[in-house]
Design a protein around this ligand. Structure first.
Ligand SMILES: [Zn+2]
Length: 262
């Protein structure tokens, strides 16, 4: 496939043969939400947190890819709103944490499941806290995906974390630490663009921390240039995420409370 004489892969702009192909991630936005449309070497596409279907369908039409999977990180409507329409129009398979809240889910992910999409291995990680059904999707380093990546929904943001709506602070703290234990080079793709606000918070409460000040300047420059701050890495978050650096569940709960009122 895709080599000299073989059929072209169904993606505009692909000039690589299959063995050199690395997974393509298209970042779609609506409001401050991120939708991730990923295409593998096998011409297969999957989408993470399609809060709306229209942008995903337009991107598939414009740039190709056969949508086989929708991955949902949690049940909130701004992450799941497009799932039913995508399933209807493409017959894709929907994976997510709570079939009661999101009836269109085909496979319930409770954490620890492993499956392949277009030859790319995916592992689910249960990360309750923001909601009880929160789950992250981890893709380890493998052929076609040399750098590991994780889709973190509203659990871990760049420089921040989600509000603790349905669980207690201890549960969220454990989930964040499970993510922090992933390989340092893992790329982090989160559910919203809250980066500047997150570093504003960190610099307000830790005004002498050079790491936070530097990240705030970097994020503000990215906004000016119209560039998303995605992806981050686990290493960067361990260095400059005020919640991952909390050090204890008590300190985490205190900081989360301050941020809720910020
Ligand atoms: Zn949410």
């Amino acid at each position: 496939m895709g080599g000299p004489g073989g059929p072209a892969l169904p993606f505009a702009g692909n000039r690589k043969n299959r063995s050199e192909w690395t997974m393509d991630i298209e970042i779609l936005t609506f409001g401050d939400n991120y939708i991730y449309l990923c295409r593998t070497a096998d011409g297969v596409a999957f989408v993470v947190d399609p809060g709306q279907a229209a942008a995903v369908l337009a991107a598939l039409k414009a740039r190709g890819g056969r949508l086989t999977h929708v991955l949902l990180t949690h049940h909130h409507g701004d992450h799941t709103g497009g799932a039913a329409r995508l399933r209807e129009q493409t017959d894709c398979h929907v994976v997510g944490g709570d079939r009661v809240e999101v009836p269109v889910i085909d496979t319930v992910a409770a954490g620890g499941e492993e499956f392949a999409i277009g030859g790319v291995q995916v592992r689910t990680i249960a990360t309750p806290g923001h909601t009880c059904d929160s789950v992250c999707y981890f893709l380890p380093a493998q052929p076609g995906n040399p750098t590991p990546m994780v889709f973190t929904g509203d659990t871990l943001f760049v420089g921040g974390c989600g509000r603790v709506f349905e669980c207690d602070a201890g549960t969220m703290w454990r989930s964040l630490n499970d993510l922090a234990a992933l390989p340092e080079e893992t790329r982090v793709y989160c559910g919203h663009e809250y980066t500047v606000e997150n570093y504003h918070f960190a610099t307000k409460f830790f005004p002498r921390d050079a790491e936070y000040a530097c990240k705030l300047a970097e994020a503000q420059a990215a906004v000016r240039a119209g560039r998303p701050m995605i992806p981050s890495t686990i290493a960067a978050e361990k260095r400059a995420n005020v919640f991952l650096r909390a050090g204890s569940v008590e300190s985490f709960a205190h900081l989360r409370g301050l941020k809720d009122r910020f």
